[in-house]
Design a protein around this ligand. Structure first.
Ligand code: ADP
Ligand code: MG
Length: 697
C-alpha cells in the first residue's frame, strides 16, 4: 500500500486538485458556489469541465456519469464517453460545461409515485458542486440532484440540500439574536456507523433467498449463535482483515474518511465508521461506502450483506447516524461546554431538538421504516419502535433542574482511578452511554440509532434538519422582539423542556414496562412500516415540508406511495422466493430423504424381522407429517399472494395485507421448514446451513 496521505483522495477532484488545475478566477468562483451556494456561470463551468476531464483522463477514465440518488434506494448512473469525432475519422476527448452542469436521463423507469405519466419521460440531473467529483472504474463520477422535466423532485439529495439551507438560515438567525453576529452559515454534520455481514461467496451462490432478497428465508438456528458475546470486538480473522485493509484503501482513495473497524455482536458481523463530514458529503460517501463494501467483497470470494436482518436468531444490522450542527467559525452548537447551565446558546438548540423530536416522533419513525428494518426495531437488538431521547445523567439532571427551578451543580469530569501505577488515571466523560435509546445524546452530538443498515441516510437527515429548522424558526418568532434576550431565552427554554419532557427517557428502552410507560406519556409505538406510513401525510407533517419548501404536498404523496409500494414489492418477492425454494428444492429433498429411510427400513425387514427399524420409521412418520403441513402452507402462501391483487388499488391497504397476511404465512411456512431441516440429513438438505454460513469465513 502506498503511504496513506499520498493515497488519500487521489481519485477525487478535490479542493487541492482544483487549486492546482483551475485558473485562479475560476477556482474562486467555484469556491464561492461551494461555500455560499451562489449560482455558477456557464463560462466558469466550461473551464471546470475541461480541467476535470483532463484530470479524469490521466486517472484512466474514458467516460463520465452523472451520479444520482433516485427513490429506488440505490444510486443510479449512466455512462457517456468523452469521445467526440474530430472530422478526420479520429476522435478527441471532450467534456463541456453544459455536460457537467446538466444531464437528461430518461426518467420514466424511476419510481415517481404516480407523479408523472410515463410519456413525460424526461428528467434532469444537475451538478452538486458541494460534493466532489471522483474517478472510479474508468469513469468520472459527478454527484448530481435529480428532478423531472416539470421540476418535481425525484431524488433524495435535493430535499437534503434544501433542508441544510433551511437549518442554516434559522440557526444563524437565532445566533445573531444571541449576539453571535459573525456567524454566517451553519452546517449539519454526520458520521454514519455502518454495520454489515460477510459470508462466503460459494455458500451465498447456493441460496436463492440471499440472491433475490438479501436475507435467508429459511434456516434452522446453528448450535451456536452470539450467546457467548465472543465476536463483539473479537480478534479479526485473517480473511476478514485482508478484506478490511483492501476496503480502507479503496475508500481512502475516494476521499472517504474510513476510521474505525471492528467485529460486531453477531458471528460474521462487522462495522465500519468514518470520521464525520457535512451531511451532504456524508450521504454521498455512505452510499459509496456500501457500494465499495460489496465490490471489494467479491475480490475476496466473499459477499457483503447489507440487509437489516440476513439471519434470524442473531442480531441484524443497523446504521448509527451521529448528527450535530456547527458554525462556519468552527463551533459545535451541541457542545455543552464546561458549564451547560450557563450556556443559553446550547440550551436553546437542545430545547429545539427536544421539541422537534417530540412533535415529529412519527416522522423519525417513518424515515427508518422498511421491510428489512421491521425485523429489528422492537426486537431487543435495536432500539424499540417507540421514539424517545436519552440525555444522560448530567444533562438530564440539568433539564430537571430547569423545569423545577432547582439549583444545578455540574458534576464536571470525574477523575477515574485505575489503581495500577503504570496506567494513567483519566477523566471520565460526563455522559455515559445508553445503548438502548433510539436518539441519544453522546457528549457533543446526537446519535440516531434506529436506521437500518441499507438505508440511504439522506431521508432521516432531511427530516431531522427540517424539523429542527422549523422549531428554531418558531423560537426566533418568540424571541425576536424581546427586550432582554437572555431572560426571554431562559423562559422559552424552561417552557419548552416542561412541555416536551415526555420525550426524554433515560431508562432501559428494552424493558417491557417502558412500553406501558410510553403509552401513558402519549408516545407513539408504530410497529411496522404500514403502521408508521399511515401517519406520513398527517396535516402537521405536510405543513412542515411545504412551509419549509422541502417538498410539495404532491411530492410528499409520491414519496408515500413509493415507500408503500416498495414494501409490498419486497415482501411479494420474498414470498415468491419461498414458494420457489419450497417446491423446487425443499419438498423434493425431504421426500428423497424419507424415501431413503423407508428403503432402509424395508431392506432391514427383508433381512430379518428381528432387526429394529424404529429410528427410520419415527423419522419417516415425523418428516412425512411435517411435509404435509409444509406443502399445505406453501399452497396457502401461493393463494395469499394471488389474493393480494384485490388490494392493489390502495397502497396502504396493499402494504397492510402483505404485512398481516402474506408475511404471517411466510413465518409459519418457515417454522415448519426449519423444523424439517433439523431432522433431515445434511447431504440431503439443499441449502448451506446457518452454521456453515455464519462460521466459515
Ligand atoms: P462512539 O463512542 O459512538 O464510537 P465516536 O466519538 O467514536 O463515538 O463517534 C462515532 C461517530 O460519530 C464517528 O463517525 C464520528 O466521526 C462521529 N462524530 C463525532 N463527532 C461528531 C459531530 N460533531 N457531528 C457528527 N458526527 C460526529
Ligand atoms: Mg455509536
Amino acid at each position: 500500500m502506498a503511504k496513506v496521505p499520498e493515497l488519500f483522495g487521489n481519485m477525487v477532484f478535490n479542493d487541492q486538485t482544483m487549486q492546482e488545475r483551475l485558473p485562479k478566477s475560476t477556482y474562486k468562483a467555484l469556491k464561492k458556489t461551494i461555500q455560499n451556494g451562489e449560482p455558477l456561470d456557464l463560462s466558469v463551468a466550461n473551464v471546470v469541465a475541461s480541467a476535470m476531464k483532463d484530470w479524469a483522463v490521466e486517472k484512466g477514465c474514458t467516460h463520465y456519469t452523472h451520479w444520482f440518488q433516485p427513490m429506488t434506494g440505490v444510486t443510479a448512473e449512466k455512462h457517456d464517453s468523452f469521445i467526440s469525432p474530430s472530422g478526420d475519422g479520429q476522435v478527441i476527448m471532450e467534456f463541456s460545461g453544459k455536460e457537467l452542469v446538466k444531464g437528461e436521463p430518461d426518467a420514466s423507469s424511476f419510481p415517481s409515485g404516480g407523479i408523472r405519466a410515463t410519456f413525460e419521460a424526461r428528467g434532469y440531473t444537475t451538478w452538486d458542486p458541494t460534493s466532489y467529483a471522483f474517478a472510479k472504474d474508468g469513469t468520472l463520477y459527478i454527484p448530481t440532484a435529480f428532478c423531472s422535466y416539470t421540476g418535481e423532485v425525484l431524488d433524495k439529495k435535493t430535499p437534503l440540500l434544501r433542508s441544510m439551507e433551511r437549518i442554516s438560515t434559522e440557526a444563524v438567525k437565532i445566533l445573531h439574536l444571541l449576539g453571535k453576529t459573525d456567524v454566517t452559515r451553519v452546517t449539519t454534520t454526520v458520521g454514519p456507523e455502518q454495520e454489515y455481514f460477510l459470508i462466503d461467496k460459494d455458500l451465498y451462490d447456493q441460496r436463492e433467498d440471499l440472491i433475490y432478497t438479501g436475507r435467508t428465508l429459511f434456516g434452522a438456528k446453528a448450535p451456536k449463535g452470539q450467546e457467548l458475546d465472543d465476536h463483539y470486538f473479537g480478534a479479526i480473522k485473517t480473511r476478514v482483515s485482508a478484506y478490511m485493509r483492501d476496503l480502507d484503501e479503496e475508500l481512502w482513495k475516494l476521499g472517504i474518511l474510513a476510521k474505525t473497524k471492528h467485529n460486531e455482536v453477531a458471528p460474521s458481523q462487522h462495522e465500519l465508521a468514518p470520521i464525520f463530514s457535512t451531511t451532504n458529503i456524508a450521504t454521498d460517501h455512505n452510499e459509496l461506502t456500501m457500494e465499495v463494501m460489496k465490490k471489494t467483497a467479491e475480490k475476496h470470494g466473499l459477499v457483503c450483506l447489507l440487509h437489516e436482518k440476513p439471519f434470524a436468531g442473531v442480531n441484524g444490522s443497523g446504521k448509527h447516524n451521529n448528527w450535530s450542527i456547527s458554525t462556519n467559525k468552527g463551533e459545535n452548537l451541541l457542545d455543552p461546554g464546561k458549564e451547560p447551565e450557563k450556556n443559553t446558546q446550547f440550551l436553546i438548540f437542545l430545547a429545539a431538538i427536544v421539541k422537534a423530536v417530540h412533535e415529529y416522533q412519527d416522522l423519525l419513525r417513518i424515515t427508518v421504516a422498511s421491510a428489512g428494518n421491521d425485523h429489528r426495531l422492537g426486537a431487543n437488538e435495536a432500539p424499540p419502535a417507540i421514539i424517545s431521547m436519552y440525555l444522560g445523567d448530567d444533562l438530564g439532571a440539568l433539564v430537571d433542574a430547569i423545569i423545577n427551578d432547582k439549583e444545578y451543580v455540574s458534576k464536571g469530569k470525574v477523575e477515574m482511578k485505575t489503581g495500577v501505577d503504570v496506567l494513567p488515571d483519566f477523566k471520565k466523560d460526563n455522559s455515559d452511554r445508553n445503548r438502548t435509546s433510539p436518539f441519544a445524546f453522546t457528549g457533543n452530538k446526537f446519535e440516531f440509532r434506529a436506521l437500518g443498515s441499507s438505508l440511504n441516510i439522506a431521508c432521516p437527515n432531511y427530516m431531522l434538519n427540517t424539523m429542527v429548522a422549523e422549531e428554531l424558526s418558531k423560537f426566533y418568532d418568540e424571541l425576536k422582539d424581546a427586550a432582554d434576550i437572555e431572560s426571554a431565552a431562559k423562559a422559552l427554554i424552561k417552557k419548552t423542556f416542561t412541555e416536551h419532557q415526555n420525550i426524554i427517557f433515560n431508562g432501559n428502552n428494552y424493558a417491557p414496562e417502558w412500553v406501558d410507560e410510553a403509552e401513558k406519556r402519549g408516545l407513539l409505538n408504530l410497529k411496522s412500516l404500514p403502521d408508521a406510513m399511515a401517519r406520513f401525510l398527517d396535516e402537521k407533517n405536510v405543513n412542515l415540508f411545504v412551509k419549509n419548501k422541502i417538498c410539495s404536498s404532491e411530492e410528499l404523496r409520491a414519496r408515500y406511495e413509493i415507500e408503500l409500494e416498495n414494501y409490498s414489492k419486497e415482501i411479494n418477492i420474498e414470498a415468491l422466493t419461498m414458494i420457489d425454494m419450497a417446491k423446487k428444492k425443499i419438498i423434493p429433498a425431504v421426500s428423497a430423504y424419507v424415501r431413503e429411510m423407508t428403503d432402509t427400513a424395508l431392506a432391514k425387514k427383508t433381512l430379518s424381522d428381528a432387526i429394529p427399524t424404529d429410528v427410520e420409521e419415527e423419522l419417516v412418520t415425523s418428516l412425512s407429517n411435517k411435509l404435509v403441513c409444509f406443502n399445505k402452507k406453501t399452497s396457502e402462501l401461493e393463494d395469499a399472494v394471488i389474493k393480494a391483487a384485490e388490494y392493489s388499488d390502495d397502497g396502504l391497504a396493499y402494504a397492510k395485507y402483505y404485512r398481516e397476511t402474506v408475511f404471517a404465512i411466510m413465518q409459519e411456512l418457515r417454522a415448519v421448514g426449519d423444523s424439517m431441516e433439523t431432522e433431515t440429513a445434511s447431504e440431503y438438505w439443499p441449502y448451506p446451513s446457518y452454521g456453515e454460513m455464519l462460521f466459515s469465513v
